[in-house]
Design a protein around this ligand. Structure first.
Ligand code: FAD
Length: 513
């Protein structure tokens, strides 16, 4: 069994699939191990290819960082993975804020995401995963093993036994006869999500700082079905907006699907979600807080979706850790390394960006799965035995992984912080007058100053992959100080103006009256 150029990717989620494709493009033989059955044969969601009802799936907003990473995978001569994903996505150019003002009913307010028509893209997570799985299974160097759960991994197999077939030894629990019981591999990449086994294994061998924080809010998914007009299905809301119903401590959002439905998510504290346990309570809550959305969803559908949940939402937590690797043998990416709150729409974008960040470092150190084809600084020796080449590559890979942990960490901490902050922005600040003034000033400065001098935080995070998350956060801090000074100065100027006007009025009051 060839283990010298073998990479084991744990988890066939979107990050695992992109990792496998990226490593295969660098000459590795890759196996993906996934504990679940093949989702392409099992589930049918609102955004899936089968397009029927049944289990609902979250929509994701994919933006520039995710698309940049996806574009590195070529599908055909003139198409890459980003093109494929975009052909299944609905562009969203703005937020649509649905306010509820006492006595004034429901109002809608559109807030553009960018000055030049930039958009984020709504795509079903299920469909996105299916598309990546299709590419992975079509690749000759990638094999997929479903129903194959990683139980444990020994990252010191060769240290313990020099005759071992590989550096790492993976043990699986597999069923339906689809996966191996164990496998040796040169390299393990953990893309196994928030409860990563690869991460916890590494943490037993080397100190890993780890923090998981839950917030009081959880989420519930709902659906806005297509509207039928003259016998044809149309969108019930403008599909090119991300719809938000901000209500301070909770909010509802909706993103369009290709089948003209919307996937809607309620984010709320347990104190609210916990009360949604009867038909009456559910309908009363929606009628009071989201009357326009309730009309579009339909009473029966809302009750049928929420009643079985009996006041239990899906929890939301973020994970921070450091480092993200063990020697040149194992590394973990995506939610395994940095699950974050979903409020900046960056969790997966960041996970895809991880893959690009890591493979750039692998290239920089000239490591390839096919040793004869070395790139970068790795000295290629034609005809060198793979086994010897891998001994030479292993320290180079360790260097690449060490740099990955060090250089990627500030970005991951920054985006996790920004994702948490954005919860407050989406649920309440979007309607505050100060936020709207700040946003207008941001727009004005972006428009009037020379290109690149002033970029709003949202644009840096969402549309500017060339600016790292940490750099974006730093630039925003500087910009905020300037904006605050401008606002204070304008306030002072306004107050001085009012004062002078007052004095003038007092002085001339006899003439006026
Ligand atoms: P996962 O998707 O969790 O995949 C991990 C895979 O590993 C799974 O298939 C799992 O079955 C498998 N696995 C786990 N353990 C094992 C094991 N022991 N053996 C074998 N296989 C295993 N991100 C965005 O970019 N934009 C958004 O708009 C956005 N919206 C979101 C909205 C919500 C409500 C939520 C909850 C998240 C959102 N995200 C968004 C975040 C995004 O969903 C995640 O960041 C992304 O799915 C992470 O991908 P992943 O491949 O790292 O992990």
């Amino acid at each position: 069994m060839d283990t010298h150029s073998h990479a084991a990717v744990v988890g066939a989620g979107p990050v695992g699939c992109l990792t496998a494709l990226s490593l295969a493009a660098r000459g590795f033989t890759v196996s993906i191990y996934e504990r679940r059955p093949d989702p392409r044969h099992h589930q049918i969601g609102s955004g899936s290819r089968d397009n029927a009802s049944a289990p609902r799936s979250i929509n994701l907003a994919i933006s520039a960082r995710g698309l940049k990473a996806l574009s590195s995978v070529n599908v055909e001569t003139d198409r890459n993975m980003a093109d494929v994903v975009l052909s299944h996505a609905v562009p969203m150019r703005a937020r649509m804020i649905h306010t509820k003002d006492e006595g004034q009913g429901v109002k809608q307010m559109s807030q553009a995401y960018g000055l030049n028509g930039e958009c984020i893209n709504s795509v079903s997570r299920t469909l996105l995963n299916d598309l990546l799985l299709d590419q992975a299974s079509a690749h000759p160097a990638v094999s997929l093993h479903f129903n194959c759960k990683l139980r444990s991994v020994d990252l010191q197999a060769r240290e313990k036994d020099p005759q071992a077939e590989g550096e790492c030894h993976l043990n699986f629990e597999s069923w339906e006869g689809s996966g191996p019981a164990s496998r040796y591999s040169a390299l393990v990449v953990g893309c196994d999500g928030i409860n990563s086994i690869v991460r916890s294994t590494i943490a037993r061998l080397t100190p890993v700082n780890f923090q998981q924080e839950y917030i009081d809010s959880s989420y519930l998914e709902l659906r806005i079905p297509p509207k039928i007009e003259d016998g044809a299905a149309t969108f019930a809301l403008d599909p090119n907006h991300l719809h938000i119903w901000p209500r301070h401590s909770f909010m509802l959002i909706a993103l369009a699907n290709l089948d003209k439905s919307f996937t809607s998510t309620l984010f709320a504290p347990q104190a609210i979600i916990g009360r949604l346990t009867s038909r009456g309570a559910i309908l009363e809550f929606f009628a009071n807080e989201f009357p326009d959305a309730l009309k579009l969803m339909g009473d029966e559908d809302v009750v049928a979706t929420l009643l079985p949940r009996q006041g239990k939402g899906s929890p939301l937590s973020s994970v921070k850790c450091y480092p993200y690797h063990y020697k040149g043998r194992a590394v973990f990416l995506g939610d395994a390394a940095h699950a974050m709150l979903p409020f900046y729409g960056q969790g997966l974008n960041c996970g895809f960006e991880d893959v690009g960040f890591l493979t750039n470092l692998i290239d920089k150190h000239g490591v390839r799965g096919d040793p004869g084809q070395s790139v970068g600084s790795g000295k290629s020796v034609q005809g060198e035995k793979e086994e010897n080449a891998w001994d030479r590559y292993s320290p180079l890979l360790a260097q690449a992984f060490t740099e990955y942990s060090k250089e990627r960490h500030p970005d991951l901490i920054a985006i996790s912080y920004l994702a948490t902050q954005n919860y407050h922005e989406m649920s309440s600040r979007v309607v505050s007058p100060l936020y709207l003034i700040r946003k207008s000033l941001d727009g004005l400065l972006m428009k009037t100053l020379p290109k690149g001098w002033w970029i709003s935080l949202y644009s840096m995070v969402t549309f500017s992959p060339e600016i790292g998350y940490a750099e974006a956060k730093k630039r925003e801090a500087r910009q905020s100080v300037i904006i605050e000074r401008v606002l204070v100065a304008s306030g002072l100027a306004a107050m001085t103006g009012l004062g002078l006007a007052g004095r003038w009025l007092l002085k001339n009051r006899r003439d006026l009256w």
